[in-house]
Design a protein around this ligand. Structure first.
Ligand SMILES: C[S@@+](CC[C@H](N)C(=O)[O-])C[C@H]1O[C@@H](n2cnc3c(N)ncnc32)[C@H](O)[C@@H]1O
Length: 282
């Protein structure tokens, strides 16, 4: 972080955005990226218009990464950092090296690139597949992959980007070979959309947020069910699937995992203690 030297500018920006801490971040970011006071004020005006701070700043931390974020994809959330933490623990507990993994619905690439860096340590043969149905999201993931290539070419070289709906994006040869599937699919119920914070509802892509009701009848679970129901065909024996969800969806997801024939089905909590992911194995 750069030291804030221009207190007057911070005060000026704080008046625009109405928040002293955000003002310091904006001014520090402007200084770090070579913007002058006018540039910092432009960022402040965007923030004051309701744009998420992460999009205004243009990059946001996720675990070990600093990701480019913009309207092409969802802003990666701290809950998802916890999902990656559980996935890495399960990968270590496989009893064999984790060789092939997929992040379905990769958005910025947050999960896939984290797996490539963190699961890839000491495992140069690891293959990471990052998929999305959104061409715009995949383009952004590609930009984040290029940034990673500049600092960690080994990790970046493990990542394959692939377009398509859920497992359709993967080459057939991967069927029955995945050691780890991780997904943070859309899981906001359609009826919840109008009540979402306007910062989310008006700025983040709806196809990244909202999913139809699933077979369970629980709102927003259709994509969670889609990822779980085909997991057995793509997982290697003993392979693990980890899917993010909202707390009220946990039991519907457990049912979907069991119906799919997966075993060892558990629900894990995020750092705030909320039920946040279903974990199961083939
Ligand atoms: C909740 S966002 C998660 C993004 C990223 N993994 C993260 O955690 O920040 C869901 C992602 O799934 C993608 N998606 C939605 N429907 C999809 C589908 N049928 N197949 C593949 N990806 C899909 C969206 O484009 C979006 O990028």
């Amino acid at each position: 972080m750069h030291r804030v030297t221009d207190r007057a500018l911070v005060a000026d920006v704080a008046r625009v955005v109405g928040d002293g801490r955000e003002a310091r971040w904006i001014v520090e970011h402007a200084a770090a990226t070579g913007l002058d006071a006018a540039g910092a004020r432009q960022l402040a005006v965007r923030r004051a218009a309701g744009e998420p701070l992460q999009y205004v700043l243009g990059t946001w931390p996720f675990r070990t990464l600093e990701l480019v974020v913009d309207r092409r994809a969802l802003v990666p959330r701290p809950e998802t950092e916890a999902v990656v933490g559980v996935a890495l623990d399960r990968a270590r507990a496989l009893g064999r090296p984790c060789r092939v993994t997929a992040d379905l619905g990769t958005g910025t690439g947050a999960i896939a690139l984290s797996l490539a860096v963190e699961a890839g340590r000491g495992h140069p043969d690891l293959e990471v597949w990052a998929t999305d149905r959104s061409a715009a999201a995949l383009e952004l993931a590609g930009e984040n992959l290029a940034r990673l290539a500049a600092t960690d070419p080994g990790a970046a070289g493990r990542v394959h980007l692939a377009a398509g709906s859920w497992y359709d994006a993967l080459p057939d040869r991967l069927a029955g070979t995945l050691d780890l599937i991780v997904s943070n699919p859309p899981y906001v119920a359609e009826e919840e959309l109008p009540g979402l914070d306007p910062e989310v509802r008006e700025w983040e892509p709806h196809q990244a947020l909202v999913a139809p009701r699933g077979r369970s009848g629980v709102g927003g679970t259709a994509d969670i069910e889609a990822v779980l129901s085909d997991a057995p065909r793509w997982l290697a024996p003993g392979g693990v699937v980890v899917v993010e969800l909202a707390p009220p969806q946990a039991y519907a997801a457990v049912d979907a995992a069991r119906r799919a024939g997966l075993s060892g089905v558990t629900v894990e909590r995020d750092l705030a203690g909320r039920l946040r992911m279903v974990v199961a194995r083939r």
